[in-house]
Design a protein around this ligand. Structure first.
Ligand code: ATP
Ligand code: MG
Length: 588
């Protein structure tokens, strides 16, 4: 991991909490029987050899994005750092939007980021839907203990009775119904005897609580829907806020790390675990919930729902479009797992929301790749340069380091010939001030080759420059004693026209023009940048290695072969990022 090239690993409040828990031995009595289960089963197992257990709990209703990467790096990273394990748990309690396709995508994304959920003791990949029976058992026990009841109000009535932030709610007329009635109705709900929304199971907490989430939250609702794993077995499904503490406790999670919007749910999380512990299902040490600020990035949307809309409405070419902030998109664009991890680490863990600039990710990529990426030359906007004093049938082999930071990487070899291709903006017939590239009469070094003197240009009928002419100075060859005899200020890249390899280059810009595209709910599609992709047909230095990861094209940036559309006959390269931050001046 190149991330370790940065020896300063920032500390944060979650690490402090874990350090305290470990030094106080708070978790020392925890048992783990090798699989999720109630305390009775766990206590038959040995003391847990994992010092902490964290979890990454995605809902498989979309592909993961850079925000999830943050949570993955945090949860897997903490487990790794403190000798624990991190569970990959699919929170698939909501049947309608979930799909195996997303499960596979998530597994792929977490693996790609460099994390896994196996160790010598086991494999820690779980599905919340595997706990439906456990959850049902807990719910029945809570009805029996008087901590839950079946409410037959309509969803609208329930909402009306809930009160507001300034007014307490009112008790449902069903709140104090006999336990036996609630039990019978809960079983009838399960058997599918009632339509969706006819009734719900609610926790009996406090309708006057200042925390709205404690006003008898719904635990189970009726949903006649087919689940991607349990099929039609269930017609009731648990709600996340109730299911989540149960899932955590079944898995022996020690630190349940959530984003800040779950802060108000914490009292119910603790209430649920306390009730279920009193009922004998779980035992101390119980999981504890902690919240951190989610990752927000300027000009980027991190909401699965909105990203789905971009895909469905064809604003992008699928979940893995290189402009998407999905992990699949970042990967295809050419960002590396190491750069994403470094970015996540650097953005820190805090309790207050902020917005991070996307350029930090580019910076992480540059830092990681500069020492390792192979160098090459590409010409994106070609203009012909004719070396008039070099005969057509002559060529000079030139050399350059494959990687100037790594002598073992070897060298590139490419011919200097009469007809070359240079970038259009490396020639100006009337040069602006301080222009050190080609213009009539100027001297410029063609990198790794010779100093040339520009002698003029040829134009077409419209006055467009179609050819530049120059003479090379044979004694100035790079790498020879004479290379310094003529001093020049400009140094430009080139390829031999006859040997250059044609390729397509996809140049990307931000997907949105608004720094806060996800704030106004309805308008984010209107903030799409119409110029988020520019496709150009250009040329590659002959011999450019296209199968060895990222390339740094001199002066242009980091590129990678597009893993979906590129072919051997027609290479397509994505620009990951430029060599310098071109956005900094306009960043918010
Ligand atoms: P979305 O709104 O995009 O669907 P989500 O939070 O609903 O996001 P989940 O699948 O429930 O998506 O998320 C799995 C985990 O990833 C959760 O623990 C969640 O807190 C975390 N997570 C999601 N988005 C971010 C983010 N932007 N920054 C940090 N963590 C995030
Ligand atoms: Mg969610």
């Amino acid at each position: 991991m190149t991330a370790s090239a940065n020896p300063i690993v920032p500390t944060h409040f979650l690490k402090h909490i874990i350090e305290t828990d470990l030094s106080s031995q708070r978790l020392a009595t925890k048992h783990w029987a090798g699989r999720p289960g109630f305390a009775a089963a766990q206590l038959t197992g040995p003391l847990d050899s994992a010092r902490i257990r964290t979890r990454f709990p995605p809902e498989p209703n979309g592909f993961l994005h850079i925000g999830h990467a943050k949570s993955i790096c945090l949860n897997f990273g903490l487990a790794h750092e403190f000798g624990g394990v991190c569970h990959l748990r699919f929170d698939d309690t909501n049947p309608e939007k979930e799909d195996q396709l997303y499960v596979d995508g998530i597994i792929d994304a977490v693996n790609w980021l460099g994390f896994n959920w196996q160790d010598t003791q086991g494999t820690y990949m779980y599905f919340a839907s595997d706990y439906f029976d456990n959850m049902f058992t807990c719910a029945v026990a809570m009805i029996q203990s008087g901590d839950a009841y079946v409410d037959e109000q309509s969803p609208t009535q329930m909402r009306e009775m809930r009160g507001t932030l300034t007014e307490p709610g009112k008790n449902s007329p069903w709140r104090d119904r006999p336990i036996s009635e609630s039990l019978a109705q809960f079983h009838a709900m399960r058997e599918g005897l009632y339509p969706d929304g006819a009734m719900a199971l609610r926790a009996k907490v406090d309708m006057a609580s200042p925390n709205m989430n404690m006003r008898d939250p719904v635990m189970y609702r009726i949903r006649h829907a087919t689940h991607h794993r349990t099929g039609d077995k269930w017609s009731i499904y648990p709600l996340y806020t109730w299911a989540h503490p149960v899932e955590d406790a079944l898995e022996g999670i020690t630190h349940s790390i959530c984003t800040l919007e779950f802060e108000d749910q914490r009292p119910f999380y603790e209430w649920t675990l306390q009730k279920l512990t009193n009922l004998g299902f779980f035992s101390e040490p119980l999981p504890k919930q902690y919240e951190f600020a989610r990752l927000n990035i300027s000009y980027v949307i991190t909401s699965k729902r909105k990203l789905l809309q971009l895909v469905v409405e064809n604003h992008v070419k699928g979940w893995d479009d290189p402009r998407m902030p999905t992990i699949a998109g970042l990967r295809r664009r050419g960002y590396t797992p190491g750069a994403v991890r470094l970015f996540c680490e650097r953005t820190g863990v805090s309790k207050s929301n902020s917005r991070i600039d996307y350029s930090l990710l580019d910076q992480a990529l540059r830092e990681e790749q500069d020492p390792v990426a192979n160098r090459s030359v590409a010409i994106l906007q070609p203009l012909k340069l004719v070396i008039t004093n070099l005969p057509t049938d002559e060529s000079v082999m030139c050399h350059a380091p494959a990687n100037p930071h790594d002598p073992t990487a070897g060298q590139r070899n490419f011919p200097f010939t009469r007809e070359l291709l240079i970038e259009q903006d490396d020639f100006a017939e009337v040069p602006p001030p301080k222009y050190f590239r080609l213009s009539p009469g100027s001297l410029v070094r063609l990198k790794y080759a010779f100093v040339v003197k520009c002698t003029g240009c040829v134009k077409d009928d419209q006055g467009q420059v179609i050819e530049v002419h120059a003479e090379y100075l044979p004694e100035t060859r790079s790498g020879t004693a004479g290379s310094n005899t003529v001093k020049v200020k400009g140094n430009i890249t080139w390829v031999s026209a006859q040997h250059a390899v044609p390729a397509q280059f996809n140049l990307y810009d931000r997907l949105f023009t608004d720094p806060f595209p996800d704030q106004a709910d309805a308008q984010f599609v209107e903030a799409l940048n119409p110029n988020s992709i520019e496709v150009v047909q250009g040329w590659l230095e002959p011999g450019t290695p296209l199968d060895q990861g990222l390339l740094q094209f001199e002066r242009l940036g980091y590129f990678v072969v597009d893993c979906v559309e590129s072919t051997a006959e027609k290479p397509i390269l994505n620009r990951v990022t430029t060599l310098k931050d071109t956005w900094a001046s306009s960043a918010p």
